[in-house]
Design a protein. Structure first.
Length: 566
């Protein structure tokens, strides 16, 4: 201790003359200034420092992201570059619209209401014509995800349930006590599935994205109440893009944590190092969408407990598989309310819960958290307005059909479907790993099998299978594709059909593994190589625009306009 004191005194004696010299120079420079000038200069200098700090650190986007965006914005503003980009954008827009048009055949767009309403028979005939546009036969197991059941008996039952409650609206629980009761029961049954106690609670939402958005909203509001002005969320790079959407919508800084290159699980050590006083939530997936791996949620939850940060389990994809895996005879890590520190779970009833599209749940370990997602406007002249989710009016019929699906299957039904799907997934993964030229990446612990190749551009396989009538999910960073296994694939011969077609396609590709890639491969290869990600966003925006086009083929010459917009 004496040595430390002595060293400190030596340093002070060394520095003191320089401090005194600086003091004298500052005083000398201020002799000619009036008091108000000194105050003004001090204020101005402080303002400049605060502005610099704010630009560098106090922002939802990182300095690198903003600098990159500014650089490319400047480059694209140069006349010669701007002209070339405009021409390329128009070219891509026409190609995208042309692709949509090809699928319509001779079917024209409706631009105005019919002058006289159609009869029921006429409406049904028109609907049949529209339905005939679908070309991919998902009943063979050609589609990744999308259709999770498709059983005719279940479909008919859900249609009847929907029809019985077509005009109901959960916004009016006093008018529709039936829907209120069913919604509360859907939430409670899901809480029980995830081993919640009597304190667990939640709401029904329109899908996984809304469930995730509500968790982001709740934790942002909680952070603000606790004095955090600039909340941050820490998520795996593989977490669903809905978290990025939530960050964008609600003004939260999002920090992406890389995954382990072998297991494809989030690096928990790097997640820990990213925690700051502004962190409002931590996220793990069970499983994550791209590769099907389950993040180490017990370790993430331990971080949440240590730093008093809420932890969200995104179980949207695995929602009605993971809770039943143990009872179906499979080992699965704990990701639910049994894990201290996990404060919320999102799970989709409209995937492996086999409910109609448009239903999901967001669950909380305690009502304290759910309160933060509610919206209440007590001063509106139209009355006190309150809504538990993002929407106001909602389709009560979806709630009823969801309730019906859960009651129809029961716990034993979901255990049986889980056993079929997990068994089929692991069989597919094992067989695909035997094919020379491709390999499974990550750990397909639930229902997703992701494929990559060290021999050829994996998107060539995607294109080859598309030509055979398949629809797989393309992935990037790294380049890969995946099959999300559903109950459809568990039908007799379904898995072997996919495996054999994949084996044949790979064998053909391996005859010339270095050949150039077209189709999806060219698009994704180009996308991943473009450093200006705003250009990728712009091109994808053209696709979204084209989804709403109502131009008939003969109207394609629009003088360079897209949907009436320059």
């Amino acid at each position: 201790m004496e040595d430390v004191t002595r060293i400190a005194m030596d340093v002070l004696r060394t520095v003191a003359p320089y401090v005194e010299e600086a003091r004298l120079k500052v005083n000398a420079s201020c002799e000619q200034l009036e008091g108000w000038q000194i105050i003004a200069y001090t204020f101005g200098f402080t303002l400049i420092l605060v502005s610099i700090y704010s630009y560098l650190f106090d922002h939802e986007k990182s300095l690198k992201q903003r600098a990159t965006k500014s650089f490319f914005k400047f480059v694209k503003s140069l006349p010669i570059i701007r002209t070339k980009i405009a021409a390329e954008v128009q070219k891509n827009a026409k190609q995208i619209e042309s692709g949509f048009q090809k699928g319509l055949g001779s079917l024209k767009y409706v631009h105005k209401l019919p002058s006289k309403g159609l009869t029921e028979d006429e409406v049904m005939k028109e609907l049949d014509r529209y339905h005939s546009l679908v070309k991919v036969d998902w009943t063979k197991g050609n589609v990744s995800g999308a259709i999770y059941n498709g059983e005719e008996k279940l479909t008919n039952m859900l249609v009847k349930a929907y029809g019985k409650f077509t005009w109901t609206n959960p916004l009016h629980p006093d008018l529709f006590p039936d829907i209120r009761k069913m919604e509360a029961e859907v939430v409670r049954m899901c809480c029980s599935m995830f081993n919640g106690d009597e304190n667990t609670c939640g709401t029904v939402t329109s899908g996984g994205t809304e469930s995730i958005l509500l968790a982001c909203l709740a934790y942002r509001n909680r952070a603000r109440e606790n004095g955090i002005r600039k909340p941050e969320m820490i998520v795996p790079v593989t977490a669903h893009a809905a978290f990025d959407k939530g960050a964008d919508f609600f003004g939260i800084k999002i920090i992406h944590i890389p995954m382990d290159p072998v297991t494809c699980k989030v690096n928990v050590k790097k997640m820990k190092s990213a925690i700051t006083k502004n962190t409002c939530m931590l996220v793990g997936s069970a499983p994550q969408f791209p590769h099907g791996s389950i993040d180490d949620l017990e370790s993430i939850a331990a971080l949440g407990r240590r730093y008093n940060i809420p932890v969200h389990t995104d179980c949207c994809l695995g929602g009605f598989l993971v809770p039943f895996m143990e009872k179906a005879g499979f080992k699965v890590p704990k990701v639910d309310f049994r894990v201290p520190g996990i404060t919320s779970i999102s799970a989709d009833t409209h995937k492996y819960g086999f409910a109609p599209k448009g239903s999901s749940v967001i669950l909380y370990s305690d009502n304290e958290y759910r309160q933060y997602q509610f919206f209440v406007q007590p001063d509106w002249p139209g009355g006190i307005y309150a809504s538990p989710t993002l929407a106001g009016s909602r389709a009560g019929a979806i709630v009823a059909a969801c309730w019906a699906a859960m009651m129809y299957h029961g716990e034993q039904g979901y255990i049986e479907s889980t056993k079929k799907i997990i068994t089929t997934t692991r069989y597919i993964a094992t067989e695909l790993n035997k094919i020379n030229g491709i390999h499974v990446i990550g750990e397909p612990e639930v229902s997703v099998v992701a494929l990559a190749s060290n021999e050829f551009n994996i998107f060539r396989l995607s294109d080859a299978l598309t030509e055979k009538g398949f629809s797989l999910s393309p992935l990037q960073f790294p380049s890969s594709i995946h099959m999300c296994v559903t109950l459809v694939h568990t039908r007799p011969g379904g898995a072997d059909y996919f495996i054999n077609e994949t084996k044949a396609a790979v064998a053909e590709i391996m005859k010339d593994p270095k050949a150039k890639c077209g189709g999806m491969g060219a698009i994704y290869g180009l996308s991943q190589s473009i450093p200006d990600r705003s250009m990728v966003s712009q091109i994808v925006g053209l696709f979204l625009e084209a989804c709403y086009t109502t131009k008939d083929p003969e109207d394609s010459n629009t003088n360079g306009k897209i949907n009436g917009k320059h």
